[in-house]
Design a protein around this ligand. Sequence first.
Ligand code: ASP
Length: 331
Amino acid sequence: MKSNAVIAIHGGAGTILRASMAPEVEAQYLDALSRILAAGQRILAVGGSALDAVEEAVRLLEDCPFFNAGHGAVFTSAGTHELDASIMDGRTLEAGAVCCVKRVRNPVLAARRVLEKSEHVLFTGEGAEAFAAAHGLEFVDPGYFHTDARYRQWQLARGQARAMLDHDGATLEAQAAAKASEESLPHEPIDPNRKYGTVGAVALDAQGHLAAATSTGGITNKQVGRVGDAPLIGAGCYADDATCAVSTTGSGEMFMRMVAAYDVAAQMKYRGVSLSEAATNVVMEQLPRIDGRGGLIAVDAQGNVVLPFNTEGMYRGYARVGEAPVASIYA
Ligand code: ASP
């Protein structure tokens, strides 16, 4: 019997302009996405669970400096890093999440421990770190999260005295560099509120179970203590075998106000619409009502995959068991 098992991942959405990205950088992003998809695919191919596949994919995305989660996380207004992550099992509706952690190397692993070992769903800050320590997770010096690219984005955001989505920061940085070297880049207006970085994964396993996971450093120059949608079950992450698994990226405040991830599942459940119709409605109609920008990835129990976004680009891809991974960036 042919398996419908499939994994999809994202690495954030935003003003990702082809003109701002050197071809070799683009190739590096696509390689990273394909490599991480292949790792999740291998788990599914041997009958592994969707939960294990999304955890592993997000762990690898956290370790990759290209993406705003784990090692590549953005800076807060205080020059620190505060990381958020969540994971949900569509089979049992169990969920785990952490927010504002500063020294846990892989927040998604902490979220998974919460799912498995705690009666609670969400731990914050010191309590989250104490829980992670008690469950043997790896801790790192805060300097581990420093990357020069994110530091430069933070300096630009500070200069403009605002918080900025990750990939908008990268575009701004590329344009600033080009201006400095008098290269000619097209004069694209840059809206600093249009760069979203977060990572996520959704999967369907061979047993027909769904899972989702999301992890982020938040938004560049965010106020200390600010928490976005990523660690909130229903906003940035949701999974229910009866409907779908969803992971989001974008302007977190709007995704929270729209309860975006759950709204996809709810529309399928109560309106009886397809995954594609529900996800398109949330991203293209509901979120824009409040200027919510970004996108999501989602999979249903039949293995349908959708990756809609309302920004210029979203780092994304999917891989079906037995087929080559497909990764893309622009619309
Ligand atoms: N949604 C994330 C947050 O608001 C940011 C992002 O996806 O870029 O923290």
